[in-house]
Structure formats: structure tokens, C-alpha cells
Design a protein around this ligand. Structure first.
Ligand SMILES: [Zn+2]
Ligand SMILES: [Zn+2]
Length: 278
């Protein structure tokens, strides 16, 4: 069990968390930076095998969330996953279903909010990266293979190493999925849209479009900066979510991913928040 949990940390914190915040959120959805095509391919691949989310769907639902943050203007013009409209625990526990329900109820959301992403789809996107189930199966099989090889190298007979790889690899994949789907992702859409001082939530901005959001340093640390959600709603198209030095420590999506890529010339047009740019 401990082995499976330790191995689950790789798909969760090395791949899914930084890929979601840097690629899906900061790059595809808000265009706060431009990535070298090879780096972009890598992020698409990492996203495909660890979250299975179609980047166009993610961008569309999230842009609609920004367009109608926590409000309903009409049945088809409402925040797709607001805890204020649906109830806190509905979003905290059922976040992923609200993404799927949005596309089922309002398929036009995809073309209305993410036409640019759809137009830029490549051969890889059309044949592989938009088929999440295929990527998740590939990711799980890879974990099983790695853990099976590890058992074999620890002098287990081949049949036993095969069984152990299958069991521990599948278990690691399930632990990753539960952590990501039920704990990390919904904490942004629920906890960080619920501005009470639970676990140290606070606001830097009281602007109307950020009023029902909160920053949370602990959530930010586990989500590579996403937890600075009040900052993000205040200034959306920025590659750095931290607005001060203390927050920057937790925004490792910026300093551990965006900054090295920029140094290497693999990330360009990096947009910074007003505080950091001035
Ligand atoms: Zn939000
Ligand atoms: Zn956003």
C-alpha cells in the first residue's frame, strides 16, 4: 500500500498538478505564456496519461466559469461549477461531474468558448489527446509495467512480479485519481470560491469579479499555485498566480516550471501580474 501511494505521487504531483496549472490553465485557457511546440506536446501527453481531460473542454468550461463567476444570468448563461449556485459539497465532491454535465446540457459551450483551441487541434490531438480513456489506460499500464519491473529486479519470480506490478500499478493509479479528482481539483472550484477563513483563506482583491473567491496558501502549495484563486480572478491572464514573495513560495508552477522554461527560451510572451511587472 505504501509503495503504491509513493508511486502515485509521480502522476499526481510531477505530472497532473503542474500540467493542469501551467498548460491547461495558464497557457491554453488564458494565453498568459506561449510554449515551444515540443514542450507543448509533452504537456499534452502528460495531461493525456494522468487526467484524460480534453484541453478544449477544460478551456471552454473554465472560460465560461470566468464569464459568469458564481452568477446565473439565464439557464444557459451561468457558472458551470459554482458552490454558490450548486452548494459547497456538491462541487467539493462532484466537481468532475459538473464539467461533464455542462457539455451534455450545453454542447455549444465548446464552440462558443474554445473555438480557438479547437481550430489549433493537430493530428495528435484528433487521434489521441482528445480520447482521455485511451491516455488513462496507457498511463495505468505504464505504472503496472514500472512496478512489475521493480519487483522483478527485487528477485521476484516472473509470474509473481507480473501479478505484483498489475496490483500495485492499478492501486497507484486509483490513489492518484482519487487524490486529484476528489481533493485537489475541487478544492479550487469549491474551497477557493468560499471566502471564509477556513485553513487560512484570505483575499487580496475585493474587486467585483473576485469577490466570492479566496486565496489559500496551503491549497496553493498542493496545486502549484492554483490556490491563489482570488489573485487569479482579479488578474486572469498571468503566468504567475502569486502576488507577493510569501505567496511565490507556494506558486511552484511559476518558479519551478515557467521560469526554467523561459530561461531556456522554451516559454515566451510570459505575462506577469501588475505587482510583479512594475
Ligand atoms: Zn474560479
Ligand atoms: Zn482561470
Amino acid at each position: 500500500m505504501l509503495t503504491a501511494w509513493l508511486w502515485s505521487l509521480i502522476p499526481t504531483f510531477v505530472l497532473a498538478v503542474p500540467t493542469t496549472t501551467v498548460y491547461l490553465h495558464r497557457t491554453v485557457t488564458h494565453r498568459a505564456l506561449t510554449l515551444n511546440p515540443l514542450v507543448e506536446w509533452w504537456f499534452k501527453f502528460a495531461n493525456w496519461i494522468t487526467t484524460g481531460v480534453d484541453p478544449a473542454v477544460w478551456a471552454a468550461v473554465h472560460r465560461k466559469h470566468h464569464a459568469y463567476s458564481d452568477i446565473e444570468v439565464a439557464p444557459d448563461k451561468r457558472d458551470p461549477h459554482s458552490p454558490w449556485l450548486e452548494g459547497f459539497w456538491h462541487i467539493q465532491l462532484g466537481n468532475v461531474w459538473y464539467y461533464l454535465a455542462e457539455l451534455r446540457k450545453h454542447p455549444e459551450t465548446l464552440t462558443t468558448f474554445a473555438r480557438d483551441v479547437l481550430n489549433r487541434r493537430t493530428w495528435w490531438d484528433r487521434h489521441f489527446f482528445r480520447r482521455g480513456w485511451m491516455g488513462l489506460m496507457f498511463g495505468t499500464a505504464f505504472l503496472c509495467l514500472v512496478l512489475g519491473v521493480q519487483s522483478f529486479l527485487n528477485d521476484k519470480p516472473l509470474a509473481e512480479a507480473f501479478r505484483e506490478g498489475l496490483l500495485l500499478g492499478s492501486l497507484a493509479a486509483v490513489i492518484h485519481a482519487v487524490t486529484f479528482v476528489f481533493l485537489l481539483n475541487p478544492s479550487i472550484n469549491a474551497l477557493c470560491h468560499w471566502p471564509h477563513r477556513w485553513l487560512g483563506g484570505y483575499q487580496n482583491s475585493r474587486a467585483a469579479h473576485a469577490l466570492r473567491t479566496t486565496n489559500n496558501w496551503v491549497v496553493a502549495l498542493f496545486t502549484a499555485g492554483e490556490g491563489f484563486h482570488n489573485n487569479h480572478h482579479d488578474q486572469q491572464a498571468t503566468a504567475m498566480f502569486a502576488h507577493n514573495r510569501w505567496e511565490l513560495i507556494a506558486d511552484w508552477g511559476y518558479w519551478a516550471v515557467v521560469v526554467p522554461l523561459r530561461w531556456l527560451g522554451l516559454a515566451t510572451d510570459v505575462r506577469l501580474p501588475k505587482q510583479a511587472a512594475s
